[in-house]
Design a protein around this ligand. Structure first.
Ligand SMILES: NC(=O)c1ccc[n+]([C@@H]2O[C@H](COP(=O)([O-])OP(=O)(O)OC[C@H]3O[C@@H](n4cnc5c(N)ncnc54)[C@H](OP(=O)(O)O)[C@@H]3O)[C@@H](O)[C@H]2O)c1
Length: 294
């Protein structure tokens, strides 16, 4: 599979160089096509911009129609690329079906699906609101299942198609004060692993990307009922750094990529020496967290 997507994207761009781009079928010929969820801000918007600069047609999904349209309107249309904004609440399975139908009306295949939309939740377990807990799992874990399911007919018609699931370093290592968020991302990591093998027969490459701390509006958007301290964003990655990793995976799919080696080491340590991993985590987090005494 490695290199196949790059070749598909190059083929598509070459085909587009002489194509009239005004119709649905020519949009197919003109540019590789991507669907990016959560494209109204942060990493998703940066990914849409990076893809458009690289000659892709991009379908942008999120709830805020105005913000989504603002991102779409500024995307360059390279080589006849056609972008579309589809307002969709990914917590609603019927809305996902409708959104993918809208995408299918414009693109007759997809080379890339980026499951990026996500919601943080900073709260201790005893203060979790059941509805917000369900929202966290619906957005971060259930929606990628349903988006992939609905996108499969389009992926089957794509050239060397790739799915990139945006999980998190905390999806591989549970973390206090964010258990709901981390567990929803762990579910996404597991989904990604299973799907990767399940879709081998479909020839769809499935990648998991685990960003670490990234400076976006994520921390303002997340419910935080008792004002647990947010991390210091000094030294955080920028959304463009994560977008560059998405593009790299679209070109050369890899099963999983973690953007912070220290978290990868902590994940591995947790399997073999969980008490030591807990101690290191509590020390690293600060903020009054302590390693368990027993
Ligand atoms: N920032 C970090 O430090 C960090 C670290 C690791 C992983 N990540 C992951 O990276 C991804 C992007 O996060 P970000 O940092 O770019 O945060 P962000 O700026 O808050 O972006 C989140 C995006 O998800 C969309 N979204 C949320 N709920 C949705 C829903 N119900 N339906 C449709 N769209 C929805 C939002 O759009 P609307 O509000 O318009 O719906 C927005 O476009 C997330 O999956 C996040 O978990 C972030």
């Amino acid at each position: 599979m490695s290199g196949g997507s790059a070749a598909a994207a190059d083929d598509a761009r070459n085909a587009g160089a002489s194509a009239d781009t005004g119709t649905r079928s020519n949009a197919h010929a003109a540019a590789p096509r991507a669907l990016v969820t959560g494209a109204s801000s942060g990493i998703g918007a940066a990914t849409a911009r990076a893809l458009a600069r690289d000659g892709w047609s991009v379908a942008l999904l999120a709830r805020r129609a105005d913000a989504l349209e603002a991102v779409r309107a500024e995307l360059p249309a390279v080589g006849g690329a056609q972008h579309l904004a589809v307002a969709c609440d990914l917590r609603d399975p019927a809305a996902i079906e409708r959104a993918l139908q809208q995408v299918a009306e414009r693109y007759d295949g997809l080379e890339l699906v980026v499951n990026n939309a996500g919601l943080g939740y900073r709260a201790k377990v005893d203060e979790l609101d059941p509805e917000l807990l369900l929202d966290t799992f619906r957005t971060n874990a259930v929606a990628p299942f349903l988006v992939c399911r609905a996108a499969l007919p389009l992926l089957r018609r794509g050239r060397a198609p790739v799915v990139v699931n945006l999980a998190s370093v905390v999806g591989r290592r549970g973390i206090p004060g964010q258990t709901a968020y981390a567990a929803s991302k762990a579910a996404l990591c597991s989904f990604s692993e299973g799907l990767r093998v399940e879709w081998a027969d479909e020839d769809v490459a499935v990648c998991t990307l685990n960003p670490a701390l990234t400076a976006t509006g994520f921390f303002e958007a997340q419910p935080n009922p008792s004002g647990l301290p947010d991390p210091d964003l000094a030294g955080a990655a920028g959304p463009e750094d994560v977008a560059a990793e998405v593009l790299a995976l679209a070109r050369h799919p890899k099963p999983e990529r973690s953007m912070r080696a220290k978290w990868l080491a902590l994940t591995a340590l947790g399997l073999f020496a969980p008490r030591l991993a807990d101690r290191l985590l509590a020390k690293r987090l600060g903020g009054g967290w302590r390693a368990p005494r027993r």
